[in-house]
Design a protein around this ligand. Structure first.
Ligand code: FAD
Length: 454
């Protein structure tokens, strides 16, 4: 859906010979592209080569839910001795969305950016009220204030979004809606205009200090950035250090003004239902409602390359949408797709710059990389060019080797673990739907906490 009507003619030819660059980037998603962009801002003369195995935006960056967030999944790992996130880290996150918006405007990247914030709601079951309050307490515990995360009463929630069973919500201004494919293609266009040499359909088969082996030529470079995230496969130093977990989306047909007046979203807020299925929605610029939810794990830990998702998972998401918004009954769901997000064994994202080997990476976003890749791409560019900034001192930055990233257990351990977790999540939802938050749902909820404490 995101790619409908976009110009895909601007495909770059593959790398056909050996080449030399100052810095080489592997992966043409947001992380690779933002890194290239900021490298050129800091040192316009730096020679940057970017190789992409398929086409720009093939990975999660071209198929996500379009929430550009000033938040990091797993940021509890970065609290200081006082138990809060350091002030400078919080500032990086709370300023992230506005900073990204300014750069998108400056570079005339039209990606339907709308800074409308996000509503995380108790919207179906009474048990979700406690969950939403826990989310709010957790943000406040990290040191964020009422201006960053605040409570919406059921009436305030209904004034914004008309859900089936409004129980209250957390509101944050730190999220913007974007159109993912427009962002990735627009950013690629800017990066190319700045002189970055982009080679599509060029897979890196081997990455070592100073050298990338590709299909028909090698890239020799003093520094290398591995920006392959949830699409890191065999032969890549990140393989099995980040595992690909699938998540997917469905979209309605464009809805009429009358339908929207019965749904809300007047300020194009992004919206989440406080379930463990991690449901996330946005109203698109062409007036569709897109709904995403956590997915599955492919046997063998392979990333999802095809766009199509199974009809069953699509129907599950349609059911979630209808239970949130019964007013959608009779609306046509037109698209159903999925992709992979990178999950690190340590359950928190990272920026790594190994000054010894000259290899750097950023990722482990666990499905929250649209905003984080902007911050991490800028951080990588500053680290690679030796700029001394606050960003280089963030708690998620390390200067050791990629080896520092823990490996996942061999298959099928992750596959079985994720399957059990998803089954527990589904059982909890089923119990809540039918019997409310009684003892059985609480017992399964406890099991869910044990399986996924993150
Ligand atoms: C369905 C879905 C919904 C999502 N929704 C949201 C959301 O709403 N908000 C949010 O913050 N995050 C969301 N995410 C996650 C977000 O999209 C990602 O975190 C982010 O796009 C990661 O960007 P990236 O550049 O690091 O990786 P990717 O965009 O995955 O790019 C990696 C690239 O590397 C390339 N590559 C891999 N191996 C090689 C190789 N050997 N040689 C050359 N190239 C290679 C791949 O082809 C790919 O293009 C979602 C993800 C999915 C799948």
């Amino acid at each position: 859906m995101w790619w409908d009507g976009l110009d895909r003619d601007a495909v770059e030819p593959p790398l056909e010979t050996d080449t030399i660059a100052d810095i080489a980037i592997v992966g043409g998603g947001y992380t690779g592209l933002w890194t290239a962009y900021f490298l050129k801002q800091i040192q316009p003369d730096v020679d940057v080569v970017l190789v992409e195995a398929k086409q720009i935006g093939h990975g999660a960056s071209g198929r996500n839910g379009g929430w550009l967030m000033g938040a990091l999944e797993g940021c509890h790992a970065f609290v200081d001795d006082s138990g809060t996130l350091p002030v400078i880290a919080r500032q990086q996150l709370t300023h992230l969305v506005s900073r990204a918006g300014e750069i998108l405007a400056k570079e005339s990247i039209d990606c339907d950016f709308h800074h409308g914030g996000c509503v995380m709601a108790a919207a179906r079951h009474d048990a979700q009220v406690a969950r939403a309050q826990k989310i709010l307490a957790s943000f406040h515990g990290l040191g964020f204030g009422e201006d960053d995360y605040r409570w919406l009463t059921p009436i305030e929630l209904s004034n914004r979004i008309q859900v089936a069973n409004p129980g209250g919500a957390v509101f944050t201004p730190h999220v913007a809606r974007i159109q993912p494919a427009k962002l990735v293609t627009g950013l690629a266009g800017v990066v190319k205009s700045l002189g970055v040499r982009v080679f599509e359909h060029t897979r890196a088969h081997g990455i070592q200090s100073g050298l990338i082996h590709c299909d028909r030529g090698n890239v020799q470079a003093g520094q290398i950035v591995v920006a392959t995230e949830g699409y890191s496969e065999a032969g890549n130093p990140l393989h099995r250090r980040l595992i690909p977990v699938q998540t997917g989306m469905v979209s309605t047909e464009p809805l009429s003004d009358a339908q929207w007046s019965g749904l809300g979203f007047a300020n194009n807020e992004t919206f989440a239902d406080c379930t463990r299925a991690a449901t996330y929605l946005q109203r698109t610029a062409d007036n569709r409602l897109v709904i995403g939810a956590r997915g599955h794990y492919q046997p063998g830990g392979l990333p999802q390359h095809g766009l199509g998702d199974t009809r069953t998972t699509g129907q599950q998401r349609e059911r979630i949408a209808l239970s949130l918004f019964p007013q959608l009954a009779g609306v046509r769901f037109t698209h159903n797709w999925g992709g992979s997000v990178g999950v690190p064994r340590g359950w928190h994202p990272h920026v790594i710059h190994d000054t010894y080997s000259g290899i750097a990476t950023a990722g482990g976003y666990m499905g929250q990389g649209v905003g984080a890749s902007f911050l991490f791409g800028q951080t990588l560019a500053e680290l690679l060019t030796g700029e001394d900034t606050d960003r280089a001192r963030m708690p998620w930055v390390t200067r050791r080797s990629l080896e520092e990233l823990k490996r996942w257990e061999p298959e099928p351990v992750p596959q079985l673990g994720l399957k059990a977790t998803m089954m527990a999540f589904t059982a909890e939802e089923w119990l809540l739907d039918r019997y409310g938050g009684g003892v059985p749902a609480k017992a399964v909820g406890w099991l869910c906490e044990q399986l996924d404490p993150h």
